[in-house]
Design a protein around this ligand. Structure first.
Ligand code: ADE
Length: 214
């Protein structure tokens, strides 16, 4: 699987993808993640990626030309072009899972910004517009990373523990996972539930079933 992320803040993306599970997934060859500075596709001295809105109003709007050129260079027949926007489809685990199962997928993610992206990008250049929740962020970088992380950890061999994915939150009938504890048994007088220390697997399974929140 390949991700190409187009952003005006490449360092934000860089920092995240060189840590944790996402870094390991790249090392294992499960995923390739390329970061692209949108300014690479500008041709004016100021490397402008945005301009004032037609019709007036506050804020700046991301220009179509650099995005168009970026896609011209990066797109392949397998590409699914995604853009972050608070107006997009709210990302769910079911969609993340579906995306993780697409064979030889190539996701191009355009990080938008809240003030807006020229509407012609949305209407003509993009396959999937997504939001990560009903709140407004200043830019799409966090949303792009949510998509990359959510998909990457589901790829075969990445977590090294496929079992842990089976019982996972939001998957089976939207269930949430049961509460987890680890050592020490008592901390500040707060105790681990007795049943988890009992070694009685049936009782433990029953307790966990009850504790799952639907
Ligand atoms: N850009 C700004 N807010 C966003 C959100 N909630 N989801 C995705 N992209 C965004």
């Amino acid at each position: 699987m390949i991700f190409d992320i187009i952003t005006i803040f490449p360092h934000i993306i860089e920092e995240y993808i060189t840590q944790g599970i996402v870094r390991i997934a790249q090392e294992k060859g499960a995923v390739e993640i390329n970061i692209h500075d949108l300014r690479k596709w500008t041709d004016d001295a100021h490397k402008s990626v945005d301009d004032t809105p037609y019709g007036g109003g506050p804020g700046m709007v991301m220009k179509i030309e650099p995005i168009y050129k970026a896609l011209e260079e990066l797109k392949t027949p397998n590409s699914i072009v995604c853009i972050t926007t608070p107006k997009g489809e709210q990302l769910k685990q079911s969609k993340v899972k579906e995306f993780s199962q697409v064979k030889d997928a190539h996701y191009i993610i355009i990080c938008g910004r809240y003030e807006g992206v020229d509407q012609r990008v949305h209407e003509n250049l993009v396959d999937f517009e997504f939001s990560i929740g009903e709140y407004i962020l200043s830019g799409g970088e966090l949303a792009a990373l949510v998509l990359v992380d959510g998909i990457t950890r589901l790829l075969p061999g990445v977590l090294g523990n496929e079992k842990s994915l089976e019982s996972e939150s939001f998957d089976n009938n939207e269930e949430l996972d049961y509460p987890q504890y680890t050592k020490p048994e008592v901390f500040n007088k707060w105790k681990v539930p007795e049943v988890l220390l009992s070694g009685h697997h049936e009782n433990i399974d029953e307790w966990r079933r009850k504790k799952k929140v639907n």
